[in-house]
Design a protein around this ligand. Structure first.
Ligand code: DLL
Length: 462
C-alpha cells in the first residue's frame, strides 16, 4: 500500500527524524525535551509556582473569583501546596454565561487580541478572550501537540477544522505555522475539493473531527479516489467523543495513524492534551500549563488516579481568562503511568462522553460513544448513526438509526438481519433495549464539524 514510511519511534528516534526534516526558517518548532520529559517532582514544583501566580491573577482582576475566595476567608497567599487548590470552589460554564460577555476577563478588553465564542443550545454564547501572550502560548502548545501526534516541520497540514468563532480552525492553524509546517486553511465543507487538495498539495497530516474525517473517506470512496494511496500519514482528530472502533475504521479507510486531540475553548481551545503517535493510548495533558483533577460529578469529591469521573481543569499560565477548577463535564480517567514515548506528562484516557450527553434508558446509563463502539465493525453496518430519544408514557425510549453499507444490495431480508444484529449487540453489550431503524446509505446527516449524535425529542421541562 504505497510508499508511506510509518515510524513507530520513541522520543529519541523522533528527534532523529526531526533532524532529517527539511530546513526551515529560524523559529521552526523544536522538541521541548526539557518541558515534556521533566521529572514529575519538578512538574509539581513548577505547577505550584505557576498556580500561585494564576490564583493571584484571578483574585486581583476578576471580581467573581475574588468574591468567592473572600467568602471562604481565602487569600492568594494561603495557597501553600498543590492540594490546597481542592479547597477552592469550581467554576462552571454558567459562570461564563452569567458574566456575559467579558465579566470573567482578567485583562481590559483593549488588551485582548482575539475573542472566540461557542453558541450554546440555550441562551447566550460562551465568550473567551486571549492576550497576545495567550495566543503565543496556545500556538506553542498546539505545535507541541502536533509534534507529539507525529507532525513535523516541513509537513503539509490540511486543516479541515472549522475557521471562525470555533477554536478548532485557528487553533490548529497557528499551531501548524508554529510547528514550521505548510498549513492549508481549508475549514469544513466542500468535501470533494478537500479530497482534490489533499492529493494535489501532498498533505501528510489531516486535522478534522473524526466524524468529518470519515465523511471525507466516504466521499473519496464514492468518487473512486483511494486516499490510502495519498501522502496522508497522520490524522489529528478531536473536538467530539469517538471510540477505539472508530479509530480503527478511519485509519483503515484513510491509510493513516489517527491520533486523539482534546481541548475546550473555556480553557484555551485544541491542544490542552494530545496523544502521542508512539503510544496512541491516552492524551498527554500539558501539565506545565494546566492542572488536571477528576471528581465525582455528583459529590464534587476528588477521585484517585485511575477512577472515572468528571475532568476539572485549572489554568496555570492564562492571562486574559484564568480558570479555577473549571468543570468540563467530560468523563474520563487519569494515569501517570510511564508512556512508551518517554514523555512524563500524565495521560487523560479517551473521553467517553459528557455528563450532559449521558442518556438514561430505563435506568441504564448510555453514552453515544458506547453505541458507536458496538456499531462500528458490525457486518454491513455503516459507521454513521444517530440516537433518537423519546418519552413513551413515563419511560424514555431509544431508537438507534443506522445505515447499511453502500456496497451491499439492500433487500428487506438484509435490513431485517441488520436490525436484529444491531439490537442484539446493543442489548448484550450495553444492556439496553433499543429499536433499530435501518436507513438508506447517505440518509443520516453528515457533519462538517462536530457530529450530532443524539436527537432528543423528549418534552422540555418548563
Ligand atoms: O472542541 C476544541 C477542539 C478543537 C478540540 C479541535 C480538539 C480539536 P469546544 O468547541 O469548546 O472546543 O468544545 C469542547 O468538545 O469539552 C469535549 O466535550 C469535546 N471534545 C473536545 N475534544 C475531544 C476529544 C473544542 N478528543 C468540548 N474527545 C469538550 C472527546 C472532545 N470529546
Amino acid at each position: 500500500m504505497g510508499t508511506k514510511a510509518k515510524s513507530k519511534t520513541g522520543v529519541a528516534k523522533a528527534a532523529v527524524a526531526r533532524k532529517s526534516a527539511p530546513k526551515r526558517a529560524a523559529g521552526a518548532y523544536k522538541f521541548e525535551a526539557a518541558a515534556e520529559t521533566m521529572p514529575r517532582a519538578e512538574i509539581a514544583r513548577l505547577q505550584l509556582r505557576r498556580l500561585k501566580a494564576s490564583i493571584k491573577n484571578a483574585y486581583d482582576h476578576v471580581p467573581l473569583h475574588r468574591q468567592r475566595m473572600k467568602a471562604l476567608g481565602f487569600e492568594p497567599g494561603d495557597l501553600k501546596r498543590l492540594e490546597d487548590l481542592g479547597g477552592l470552589p469550581f467554576t462552571l460554564k454558567t459562570d461564563l454565561r452569567d458574566h456575559y460577555p467579558f465579566g470573567l476577563f482578567a485583562r481590559p478588553r483593549a488588551e485582548l487580541v482575539r475573542l472566540h465564542a461557542s453558541s450554546g443550545t440555550t441562551g447566550k454564547p460562551t465568550v473567551v478572550g486571549y492576550t497576545a501572550k495567550d495566543i503565543a502560548t496556545w500556538a506553542g502548545l498546539m505545535a507541541r501537540s502536533m509534534a507529539c501526534a507525529g507532525g513535523r516541520p516541513g509537513d503539509v497540514i490540511h486543516n479541515a477544522y472549522g475557521y471562525g468563532l470555533f477554536t478548532g480552525g485557528l487553533g490548529a492553524h497557528y499551531g501548524a505555522e508554529r510547528l514550521g509546517a505548510t498549513v492549508v486553511p481549508m475549514s469544513g465543507g466542500s468535501t470533494e475539493r478537500q479530497i482534490v487538495l489533499i492529493n494535489d498539495f501532498g498533505a501528510r497530516v489531516l486535522c478534522a473531527t473524526p466524524s468529518y474525517a470519515l465523511a471525507i473517506a466516504e466521499v473519496a470512496e464514492k468518487e473512486g479516489v483511494d486516499l490510502r494511496k495519498s501522502k496522508l500519514e497522520i490524522g489529528i482528530f478531536g473536538a467530539e467523543p469517538w471510540s477505539e472502533a472508530m479509530r480503527r475504521e478511519v485509519e483503515a479507510r484513510l491509510g493513516l495513524k489517527a491520533v486523539d486531540i482534546y481541548g475546550l475553548s473555556e480553557i484555551m481551545g485544541p491542544g490542552v492534551a494530545c496523544e502521542c503517535v508512539e503510544g496512541q493510548a491516552g492524551l498527554h495533558g500539558w501539565e506545565d500549563h494546566f492542572l488536571f483533577e477528576v471528581i465525582d460529578p455528583d459529590t464534587g469529591k476528588s477521585l484517585k488516579e485511575g477512577e472515572s469521573g468528571e475532568l476539572v481543569i485549572t489554568t496555570l499560565t492564562k492571562e486574559a481568562l484564568p480558570m479555577i477548577r473549571y468543570r468540563t463535564r467530560d468523563i474520563t480517567r487519569l494515569t501517570t503511568e510511564r508512556c512508551v514515548c518517554g514523555r512524563t506528562h500524565l495521560r487523560i484516557k479517551r473521553i467517553t462522553g459528557r455528563n450532559d450527553d449521558m442518556l438514561i434508558i430505563r435506568g441504564v446509563n448510555v453514552y453515544p460513544s458506547q453505541i458507536e463502539a458496538v456499531l462500528v465493525g458490525l457486518p454491513d453496518v455503516a459507521p454513521h448513526y444517530q440516537l433518537v430519544v423519546e418519552r413513551k408514557g413515563s419511560m424514555d425510549h431509544l431508537t438507534v438509526e443506522v445505515e447499511i453499507m453502500p456496497n451491499v444490495v439492500p433487500t428487506n431480508e438484509l435490513r431485517r438481519v441488520v436490525a436484529e444484529s444491531v439490537r442484539h449487540h446493543i442489548k448484550s453489550i450495553i444492556g439496553v433495549t433499543a429499536d433499530v431503524l435501518v436507513k438508506e446509505p447517505g440518509e443520516i446527516p453528515r457533519s462538517m464539524g462536530k457530529a450530532v449524535r443524539v436527537r432528543d425529542l423528549r418534552p422540555k421541562l418548563a
